[in-house]
Design a protein around this ligand. Sequence first.
Ligand SMILES: Nc1ncnc2c1ncn2[C@@H]1O[C@H](COP(=O)(O)OP(=O)(O)OP(=O)(O)O)[C@@H](O)[C@H]1O
Ligand SMILES: [Mg+2]
Length: 228
Amino acid sequence: MDTLLQAVNLIKDYKSKDGISTLRVLDGVDISITRGSIVSITGASGSGKSTLLHILGGLDRPTIGDVLFRQTNLNDLSDDNLAGFRNKNLGFIFQFHHLLPEFTAIENVMMPGLIGGGSLDELRGKALELLRKFSLDNRQDHRPSELSGGEQQRVAAARALMNDPDLILADEPTGNLDDKNTEGMLDLLFSLRDQDGMTLVMVTHDLKIADRCDEQFVLHKGQLRSNE
Ligand SMILES: Nc1ncnc2c1ncn2[C@@H]1O[C@H](COP(=O)(O)OP(=O)(O)OP(=O)(O)O)[C@@H](O)[C@H]1O
Ligand SMILES: [Mg+2]
């Protein structure tokens, strides 16, 4: 099996503001993610799911432990190199969207492409095509504040796909969506795997969605166990 991402013995401590106490959120997490698989992570609120996803995607660094993406150990990359690496290889769908408020929907979707370089016309065309997939082409000129929560979530998903990433890390990607849009989002994510071999790691509290994934993990007391 072709391993795309591997994390070894991840420990994450958060220090309290006064620096006296520490909170150990991840306590020796190992995970191995096969290319082309769809993996779910569930767990109680506050169990560390977002923390883990951020570390797997190089948005945060573990206190101890390593994350390897193919042959690259993210610990070996400087912050600048890590940002470039993320832009090229990864797509994030965040729990709270993180859209840029000053920019329109289509500009937000184009952003990873702009950072990566490319002609404006081409990027705009690609972004519009992605917005269309999420039935949002008629909202392309709306700013995030002029979009509903579910629309913002779909814009964030379109943005995550802009650079054709090998790996998507999605934090509650259907959290703000109604049943119809939840189905649409899942169908699209699964079809990207089926057609393009994309790999997806998805945090969800919805056990029905977790059930559809190839592999299911539960985070509990800082440790990850496979649910099979
Ligand atoms: N920057 C931080 N500094 C200190 N503590 C933090 C920080 N970020 C998160 N925590 C704490 O770490 C724990 C895990 O947070 P995390 O956001 O990873 O949980 P989660 O499983 O994603 O929860 P939810 O399902 O509510 O989104 C929480 O108890 C939280 O209070
Ligand atoms: Mg979270």
